[in-house]
Design a protein around this ligand. Structure first.
Ligand code: AMP
Ligand code: MG
Length: 533
């Protein structure tokens, strides 16, 4: 371990390139307003009464070279609850716009996120620190700039769970209770109540979103659009940096590819973002803004956890690849003024669709333990797989783990059904025609496996590397929230610990891999969430 790995809080080094290189809002007051001609507004976090650290991710501290003892220091909650700044921090809120549920919504901006600054670690990596829920900013519109405990636990745990699953994501350093009460009408049904306030410190190389570019385009501010694009390319896509105008379409193409990769990962692990508005799309292709997200329990491409989206289900699981395409189209539109050749943007969008198509097939092949996807032999197998998954309520996560247990030469129907029945919410219904169809598919699958010639053990190992055993099941997050709201925060750490090794069997932790219990089927917070957080 080098000295660099042991920095004290006051030894963290900041290089705030976003604020140093981009135009600031000259107005330093913290009143809600339209901010034009600027990428951000300087704003301080609002102090809170009693900041208390209730969870942290030591490995995110490592990214910053932070000495782990610092999590225990009395300064930590003060800084990451918003009461104190470290030397070198220069807090600001970003200006961005966005399409919400398909409609242009104008200026949005960091309404309850305050960037503290960008840490540069010993290896030269840059990590922006951002407090979520640290008080109002000029972009808070009609809201309070705060976040409640339940949504902060969800953001903290899911950011880290996704990282450990290998899904590109923003990270979460810490979760601090503010000691303040926050009023929320959780289901927007006229029943507001007070809830505990909390602040998560998010960490990412950059928090720039599609909407940061869209706001300048919408305002015909081409000069600032260009500045922001040039900055983003130089800062986060340095291999594309040049003085040639072609760099913009090359960059767009890369954003398309990264976004495709992110979405394919979501489909692989059963993650539903829930609010894929263009302001919630990271330019780096990271999963960002964990709001009313959810995890598929039974495989259902039509499912969305977001009650605000219940009518149109725009952001349902199965629609995510297409919505990301729509969002990329909006980004392409926004940067059009910088690109001479519109066809090059079209190309980026086509590449996105190609990647989704080939990447999804490859991903399914990996989930099935095949060496390589071949359309000729595997298209039918894939299609029928998705048909049998919806015949009965089938837990997607358990299904793929169970499938890995079926031997390539297993003939016994009883045995096959008994292995798979783990995944069914009502295994007793696995009879007659349905049972026959499932068994037929398994036979075709076994047949296909023989052409690869992998041993059962090899195939299982391959499958278990891409099919998680442990995901942040909606009801597990809710149980951690229920306990935390009663003052027992231990389940947050316990869950995080299990989710650190999602692909591994963990002795004594099997309960965290179980199907959704019946009580959670229709419980608010488990299957239904609103944007209220
Ligand atoms: P979302 O789509 O939920 O990520 O948020 C949409 C917009 O609303 C963003 O500009 C957020 O910053 C803002 N927003 C959400 N919740 C709050 C809040 N409690 N206070 C201020 N702004 C908020
Ligand atoms: Mg957002």
């Amino acid at each position: 371990m080098t000295e660099n790995l042991k920095r004290r809080l006051n030894e963290l080094e900041f290089d705030n390139r976003f604020v140093n290189e981009l135009p600031a809002d000259p107005d330093l007051s913290n009143g809600r307003r339209q901010v034009v001609g600027a990428c951000y507004s300087r704003v301080l976090p609002t102090p809170v009464v009693k900041p208390t650290l209730i969870a942290y991710a030591a490995e995110v501290g490592e990214l910053l070279d932070l000495n782990p003892e610092e999590f225990e220091s009395p300064e930590f909650p003060q800084i990451f609850g918003g009461n104190r700044l470290l030397e070198g921090m220069d807090p600001y809120a970003m200006c961005y716009g966005g399409h919400q549920f398909g409609n242009w919504a104008g200026q949005l901006g960091d309404g309850r996120a305050i960037n503290l600054g960008e840490v540069v670690n010993g290896a030269g990596d840059q990590w922006a620190l951002q407090l979520k829920g640290a008080g109002p900013t000029p972009y808070s519109r009609t809201a309070d700039g705060l976040a409640v405990l339940r949504s902060s636990i969800r953001e903290f745990l899911c950011s880290e769970a996704m990282y450990h699953l290998g899904v590109p994501t923003t990270r979460a350093l810490s979760l601090v209770l503010t000691g303040e009460q926050v009023m929320r009408d959780m289901l927007y049904d006229g029943n507001p109540k007070y809830e505990a306030g909390a602040v998560v410190c998010r960490v990412a190389p950059s928090f720039i979103r599609f909407g940061n570019f869209q706001i300048f385009a919408a305002r015909d501010d081409v000069e600032n659009l260009r500045r922001l694009c040039d900055f983003t390319i130089k800062d986060a896509f340095p291999h594309l940096h040049s003085d040639q105008p072609e760099k913009y379409s090359a960059w767009f193409e890369e954003v398309c590819k990264r976004t495709a990769e992110m979405v394919i990962h979501w489909m692989r692990v059963g993650f539903v973002h829930g609010v894929m508005n263009t302001d919630n799309m990271s330019i780096l292709g990271l999963t960002i803004d964990y709001g009313p997200y959810g995890w598929l329990e039974d495989y259902n491409p039509g499912w969305t956890p977001n009650t605000t989206d219940a009518a149109g289900k725009r952001y349902r699981f199965g629609n995510q690849p297409l919505v990301a395409h729509w969002n990329l189209y909006q980004l392409g539109n926004a940067i059009m003024p910088l690109v001479n050749d519109v066809e090059s943007l079209q190309r980026g969008l086509e590449i996105y669709l190609d990647r989704i198509e080939s990447g999804s097939s490859q991903m399914i092949a990996e989930k099935l333990g095949l060496l390589k996807y071949s359309a000729a032999s595997d298209e039918g197998l894939k299609k029928e797989l998705f048909e049998i998954l919806i015949l009965l309520e089938t837990d997607m996560t358990i299904f793929f783990r169970s499938l890995a247990e079926i031997g390539i030469n297993e003939q016994s129907e009883e045995k096959i059904i008994s292995i798979l029945s783990e995944a069914y919410y009502s295994p007793a219904l696995l009879v007659g025609e349905i049972r026959l169809r499932v068994l037929n598919w398994v036979r075709d699958y076994q047949c296909r496996l023989r052409t690869d010639g992998l041993s059962n053990e090899e195939r299982k190992a391959r499958m278990n590397r891409v099919n998680p055993k442990y995901v942040l099941r909606n009801y597990l997050a809710q149980l951690a929230i229920d306990r935390s709201e009663q003052g027992d925060h231990s389940m947050i750490g316990e869950l995080l610990d299990v989710l650190r090794n999602p692909y591994e069997e963990q002795d004594g932790k099997e309960a965290f891999a179980e199907k959704r219990p019946e009580w959670a089927r229709n419980r608010v917070g488990c299957s239904m969430l609103s944007c209220s957080s």
